[in-house]
Design a protein around this ligand. Sequence first.
Ligand SMILES: C[S@@+](CC[C@H](N)C(=O)[O-])C[C@H]1O[C@@H](n2cnc3c(N)ncnc32)[C@H](O)[C@@H]1O
Length: 224
Amino acid sequence: MTDLTWVRTGDGSQTLFHPEIGEHYHSKHGALQESRHVFLGSGLIHYLEQNSTKSASILEVGLGTGLNFLLSFDYAKKEDITLQYTSIEAYPLPLKLIANTGYDAFVATDTWQQFLESYESALLSPVQPTHKCTLAIDTRMLMEFDTDHFFDVVYFDAFAAIHQPEMWTTEALERVCRYVKPGGVFVTYAITGNLKRSMKSLGFSIEKAPGAPGKREMLRATKI
Ligand SMILES: C[S@@+](CC[C@H](N)C(=O)[O-])C[C@H]1O[C@@H](n2cnc3c(N)ncnc32)[C@H](O)[C@@H]1O
């Protein structure tokens, strides 16, 4: 793996910089803020509230450091939510890096421990960090991903389109959107004309939601 470097973001939380891609794993304005706002708040919590449910299945594109999973898992435990979490990650980070994010400061001690203990096994087959949570990390490339499952929420957390345009084509989006249940919610930190057109063409109604600090807007889409 190329030499990834740690960078402190605007809210004090760390992220990684990927020199080959030329991009950070999270917003420079704040990794924690972005993850909480875009994925946990506008994605999972929105879905649970809209559907008055205590159960959700999430499909993520790009597990990376695991911050989105950690916050979602921690929230699910506190709120007694049953969580099924599948993440597509073709270039999994070594456990040693995952253990050095400093993200233990943002979740309960047992959440952090359960994540670290589950991580390497989850790369091989689905694991249960607790009896109410399943974690699966699928190490295929996005365009090779397939599954028998359907999901309530998509966390689309690919590197920005300017750095990895192939992740944002209609074809790439369709690869995950085909597995979204009707009423399921797709969230991402970005919003562009192309993205909106693609999501509409894939059968979603789209919504401009307020962005994480440093970004005015983000996209939330709901499968019709
Ligand atoms: C923006 S980062 C994800 C950040 C992550 N959610 C976190 O909290 O750290 C994008 C991720 O997509 C992964 N990725 C890049 N190309 C991919 C592909 N073709 N298929 C699957 N994953 C890919 C990268 O390895 C990286 O971890």
